[in-house]
Design a protein around this ligand. Structure first.
Ligand SMILES: C[S@@+](CC[C@H](N)C(=O)[O-])C[C@H]1O[C@@H](n2cnc3c(N)ncnc32)[C@H](O)[C@@H]1O
Length: 222
């Protein structure tokens, strides 16, 4: 199975001994790849839409993995027992959907690792998952068809972060690469233009953008 850059980057967070649920598996490409590459891994692939599950089933069948991948139809964590999983993967969804799925304490009891690629509100996502009793252990920026995505791995635990660490990601800040500069130079331009266009009455929004511009400038110049 050949994966997109985005999905392949998610597999870098896997060591092969996990009991995974991939929530919102859609085509199940990620799950097929994981089962083809790791013998010990346990994978539940789930989706809320019947069409996606049918599609996933066809792909799983084509790869002779119907006995290995446990495919389930339903909403978020409602279709698993807490003792069946220790790792959650959620990718390609928006912040609100992700957080409403993770707000299920009872099913999360044994979940030590959560790997998330959110399409929206990454800063809010960091803050909300930390509040669930997790800390950030690893992060990665990845480019796929000209879009730069952030992938975050949370593990159980507690840690305090600065405003800058929450904004950029503590691990991303420690390992600034080419993508970091590309991503934040683009954001800098966007915020500077926004600032020029905002009417002077929007004082709080202006101040917020000025703060972001200041911290981004500091990091991209370092
Ligand atoms: C854009 S696709 C992403 C597919 C894949 N995870 C990826 O990253 O390429 C999002 C999938 O999440 C599913 N989904 C959305 N909300 C869900 C929920 N609450 N529970 C399970 N699946 C959900 C959708 O049906 C859809 O197939």
């Amino acid at each position: 199975m050949r994966l997109s850059n985005r999905l392949k980057a998610i597999t870098d967070f896997i060591d092969g001994n996990e009991k995974i649920i991939d929530i919102g598996c859609d085509h199940a490409f990620l799950d097929i790849y994981l089962c083809e590459n790791y013998n010990n891994i346990k994978v539940i692939a789930s989706d809320i839409h019947e069409g996606a599950i049918n599609n996933a089933y066809k792909n799983i069948e084509k790869h002779n993995l119907t006995k290995k991948i446990d495919l389930r139809l339903g909403d978020g964590l409602s279709i698993v027992n807490s003792d069946e999983i220790d790792t959650i993967i959620i990718s390609g969804m928006g912040y609100y959907n992700i957080i409403s799925i993770l707000n299920n304490k009872e099913k999360m009891i044994n979940v030590n690792k959560i790997i998330i690629q959110s399409n929206t509100d990454i800063v809010k996502l960091r803050k909300s998952v930390l509040k669930l009793g997790y800390k950030i252990s690893k992060e990665k920026l990845v480019k796929d068809k000209d879009i730069i995505y952030t992938i975050i791995e949370f593990i159980k635990g507690e840690e305090k972060y600065s405003y800058e660490e929450i904004y950029f990601g503590p691990d991303i800040l420690k390992h600034k690469d080419e993508l970091f500069y590309e991503y934040y130079n683009k954001k800098l331009l966007k915020y500077e233009n926004l600032l020029l266009q905002l009417p002077y009455t929007h004082i709080l929004t202006k101040l917020h953008h000025m703060r972001l511009i200041k911290i981004i400038k500091k990091e991209v110049k370092n």
